[in-house]
Design a protein. Structure first.
Length: 708
């Protein structure tokens, strides 16, 4: 062999060896003590972390992230506390940010099981912060805090990058494995509002009904579409739905004060391409997507990031922006995801968030109970938007959220509910025992609201559900009624505004009327709601759609329905044992009620039929469940603690007390409430919140927590 060839071969071996070492052995930098990220003394070795490093914040250390750095860290693992500075703008670039009670670096971006045990050599410097109780050894990420958000003049951003060698299916990611994570941007008076009057093609201004004085020039907004895209119902690739939506993105040039008509004017950066409808009853929405705290993917066209919050985690999110997240066609890799938390996050909340350009859901609540999602804006999702995943989720409150431009996706591999086609619902759920109030679904590919639950191969609807007193029991989730479904709206739907246990359209389009009528009747007869516990739909509004409501179950009470400019108000619905009042329709293209159906004669004895009252209508209600209260916020101001919360119940709530003191109702019979209590500075305060409804039913399992 010639000398040149030998040298070349040796060089190749050397390069291969170096590559193998660099791929297998990452540089790990540990915190040495509490202090600023930018201070060399904070780190072991006296040097700042560099691009590509795995960074570990040790337990007991509090590091203040105070940089707007372009360095991309491979891993930021928080066993102690990482606090974002509030006196400047910050930017953290990383492949994986995780809250984990371990100092052994791990790049698992999905599961929290089988993680390394906390290091025996962990540092235990005591620390705490004012707010909801946390312990010194809980991994903690603070990007603002309740009552102390990132100031409006600054931004805080986590940008998630794919780093070579990481698992593309689980990274990049922001993962909370039982830690305490607070993400809080500058509050907004309104995150979305209704239009005051219609806008025409070419208009450079829109007028809205409520004050938006804290919206600013440069803010990114949307104006929702109001014309149903009927030509997209048959034929053509379904993936084009999002691209041809008439919801428009603009930026604000100027925000005006109240004008002579009572509206508030927004000047746009360019004229509108489409007309947007608004009259006295039916109006488009204008929503603000801009927040000053941001979690985003660095490469939206490449490997996207996702977020995941696991059991025993703590903390809340408010007025943050989650953009360009979600891994398309992958189970569990969503933009914002509460994963199998059970009751351990009771009172946690997502308030005023903006979640947009998602390739997999807006917000997923999976196996998680008693959290509050309010005032959020979801815009552009592949697959369902606000998603309650497997039928075990109960006592969650979804209030005043906007779900706009939800496009069709594919069924996800190994999904729990096998028959969900993931065609695009603004709100999708497999258990009604939650609160849905004041929400709007706008311009969705298939449904505004979809309750889908039936027995099938691979899915038994008898699931383990948490009772009001806290114990677990098996229940038929097909017939569990709403806690409250009230004042919701859907418009500009390609097909259904509300589909309650009804049929799904066959693959390939069209309708198989005969077989679908048979399946509707059969599935309705297989799961009949208990007398006195109907699905109560209050004041639902649907417009500019194909079908207003479609019901595949008996025992429904439609208590207020207003349908406008649609083909049919009540389409091919099972009518047995149901009641209707307060129905309004206007400008229907086909019928008000089209092809009503019956489940037929059930196969039961006369005695059983009489006992179950199968053939009776909705004549009475039984509310034997007490209300449930959650404390969503507790902020100390010296010797005073201000507390806020929400309460849910089918009946109206007459009182909420905290530590025996009456709270003040802020909205709709304590749907939201507040109270301020005295508590000497330096002493912790134990809180107990209890609600009682107008029937005298008192909460069995009060919400309790500790404020430092």
């Amino acid at each position: 062999m010639r000398p040149f060839s030998i040298l070349a071969f040796a060089a190749l071996l050397l390069v291969t060896s170096i590559s193998a070492v660099s791929a297998a052995e990452q540089s790990v930098v540990f915190s040495k003590q509490s202090g600023p990220w930018s201070a060399e003394a904070t780190w072991d070795g006296g040097e700042l972390p560099e691009a590509g490093d795995q960074v570990v914040i040790r337990a007991g250390h509090e590091v203040v992230y105070d940089l707007e750095s372009r360095k991309v860290y491979r891993l930021v693992q928080i066993a102690g506390t990482l606090r974002f500075a509030q006196d400047r703008s910050t930017l953290l670039n990383a492949g994986l940010v995780s809250l984990l009670a371990s100092e052994e670096p791990t790049e698992e971006g999905f599961d929290c099981t089988d993680m390394p045990e906390p290091s025996a050599h962990a540092h235990h410097d005591h620390h705490h912060h004012h707010g909801m109780h946390t312990t010194a050894l809980v991994p903690t990420l603070l990007i603002g805090e309740p009552g102390n958000p990132i100031p409006a003049e600054h931004t805080a951003t986590i940008r998630l990058h794919y780093v070579e060698g990481m698992d593309k299916e689980s990274c990049p990611a922001l993962i909370n494995c039982g830690g305490h994570m607070e993400i809080h941007g500058q509050p907004m008076r309104n995150t979305w509002v209704k239009m005051h009057r219609a806008s025409d093609i070419g208009d450079e201004r829109v007028t809205v009904v409520e004050s938006i004085e804290d919206w600013k020039p440069g803010d990114h907004i949307i104006v929702t579409g109001t014309q149903e895209q009927r030509e997209r119902r048959r034929g053509g690739p379904s993936g084009g739905f999002i691209d041809t939506a008439q919801t428009e993105e603009r930026h604000i040039v100027k925000v005006g004060s109240k004008d002579f008509s009572g509206g508030y004017t927004i000047t746009l950066d360019k004229p509108l391409t489409f007309a947007h409808y608004a009259d006295d009853e039916f109006k488009a929405e204008v929503a603000n997507l801009t927040r000053n705290v941001i979690v985003e993917s660095a490469n939206p066209d490449g490997v996207r990031g996702h977020t995941m919050i696991h059991v025993e985690s703590k903390g809340s999110i408010s007025y943050a922006e989650f953009r360009h997240l979600g891994k398309r066609d992958l189970l569990g890799r969503y933009s914002l995801h509460f994963h199998l938390c059970g009751q351990t996050m009771r009172g946690s909340s997502v308030i005023g968030a903006s979640i947009w350009d998602s390739h997999n859901r807006f917000l997923t609540i999976h196996g998680t109970d008693s959290i509050v999602v309010r005032d959020c804006v979801g815009y552009k999702s592949v697959g369902h938007g606000f998603f309650l995943e497997d039928g075990t989720e109960t006592n969650n409150i979804l209030d005043h959220n906007l779900s706009a431009v939800v496009g069709p996706g594919k069924p996800l591999p190994k999904q729990v509910v096998p028959y969900d086609k993931n065609r695009g619902a603004g709100f999708w759920f497999a258990n009604c025992h939650n609160v849905f109030t004041r929400n709007v679904a706008a311009e969705c590919a298939e449904y505004g609201y979809r309750f889908e639950n039936k027995e099938a191969d691979g899915f038994n609807p008898h699931l383990t559900i948490r009772e009001v007193h806290g114990s677990l029991t098996s229940k038929d989730t097909r017939v569990m009624p709403f806690i409250r479904f009230q004042d919701n709206e859907a418009h500009t739907m390609r097909f259904f505004c509300l589909n309650l246990r009804g049929v799904s359209r066959p693959d390939g389009g069209g309708l198989d009327i005969y077989d679908q009528n048979l399946s509707l009747a059969q599935e309705a007869a297989e799961a009949i709601p208990t007398p006195g516990y109907p699905f109560w739909i209050r004041n639902f509004k649907g417009w500019e759609s194909n079908w207003g409501i479609h019901l595949g179950t008996t025992g429904v009470f439609v208590d207020g329905l207003n349908v406008f400019r649609s083909d049919v108000a009540i389409w091919r619905s099972i009518m047995d044992g149901s009641g209707y009042r307060g129905l309004q329709t206007k400008e229907m293209r086909v019928n008000d009620i089209h092809n009503p159906l019956s489940m037929g004669m059930p196969a039961v004895s006369e005695e059983e039929a009489s006992e179950k009252r199968i053939f009776r209508g909705v004549s009475s209600f039984i509310d034997d469940l007490p209300p449930q209260t959650v404390i969503t916020k507790a902020v100390r101001h010296g010797s005073l603690v201000h507390i806020e919360g929400s309460t849910s119940d089918t009946s109206d709530v007459k009182s909420v007390t905290v530590n025996g003191q009456p709270a003040r109702s802020c909205r709709d019979h304590f749907a939201q409430w507040e109270i301020t209590l005295e508590a000497p500075a330096g002493q912790s305060l134990n809180l107990t919140a209890v609600a009682e409804d107008v029937n005298g039913l008192k909460e069995i399992a009060p919400h309790q927590l500790v404020v430092q």
